[in-house]
Design a protein around this ligand. Structure first.
Ligand code: MF3
Ligand code: CO
Length: 250
């Protein structure tokens, strides 16, 4: 069953969302190219979330053993923190979920570290725009398929591969709840009707080359099958009478 949130519940989720957005930004700002590791950022995120009175949503989720997912270059999603320094020219997806007062919010942003190649910058620009084109479809009476098909068409029009195996999701008292499947591909006019008070994460994963992915032996880290770059942008949004309400902003 889809839990429709009241206005006051949405405001509680926004409080979690503010912590998510702030933590992502502070992690990005902490990157010293050639020096900072993703493990350092994971520790920093843990500290910032705890100081805000929250709990990292991903820690221990289905056995996940870190606070964040940080995915560099050809890592699509679920990058586990490691001891490799981030360097100039990398693109880094910082994906963070926070539970505050029992309510979750979840967001991800892919950043350029210093100056990146024009191809990498274009991937970031188009992937971010794909998310916002999808969000613009998140209005009353539309369906999940309207979001999904818009994201897919926009990304594919620019020659990119849309990851199909991983999808967005409903969110609230749980990190993942109904609707459990908010894909980034599909047909307009299909799927669940969007209703007032629905809260969902839209999170396109867009590949520079093939849409195909491979899972690493750690069973979490997912990379592009061709070793090319991948970008990931995610916001938690509420469906309201006034249109999509972005909850993961500072
Ligand atoms: N943003 C991702 C998601 O919503 C991150 C989940 S990582 C996990 O699925 F470790 F919690 F699974
Ligand atoms: Co998510």
């Amino acid at each position: 069953m889809i839990h429709l949130k009241s206005k006051s519940e949405i405001e509680l989720m926004r409080k979690s969302g503010v912590v998510v957005a702030r933590t992502i930004r502070q992690c990005y700002e902490a990157i010293v190219p050639g020096k900072t590791t993703t493990r350092h950022l994971d520790d920093l995120a843990a500290r910032l979330i705890a100081e805000a009175g929250g709990v990292p949503s991903f820690l221990n989720y289905r056995g996940y053993a870190a606070n964040t997912c940080i995915s560099v270059n050809d890592v699509v999603i679920h990058g586990m923190p490691n001891d490799i320094p981030i360097v100039e020219g990398d693109i880094v997806d910082i994906d963070i979920g926070v539970c505050l007062n029992g309510w979750h919010a979840d967001s991800a942003w892919t950043f350029a570290v210093g100056t990146v190649s024009p191809e990498a910058q274009r991937l970031l620009n188009i992937s971010k725009e794909a998310l916002f084109q999808g969000i613009a479809q998140a209005k009353l009476g539309n369906r999940i398929g309207d979001i999904a098909s818009t994201v897919q068409k926009y990304a594919e029009k620019h020659g990119y591969g849309v990851v199909k195996e991983l999808v967005g999701h409903g969110i609230g008292r749980k990190l993942h709840e109904e609707p459990t499947n908010v894909p980034n591909y599909g047909k307009a006019g299909k799927g669940e009707v969007l209703r007032e008070g629905m809260t969902i994460c839209i999170e396109p994963m867009i590949n520079q080359g093939t849409a195909k992915i491979v899972t690493m032996p750690d069973k979490w880290t997912i990379k592009t099958a061709d070793g090319k770059l991948s970008a990931h942008f995610e916001h938690t949004i509420a469906i309201t009478r006034d249109g999509p309400d972005l909850l993961t902003l500072e």
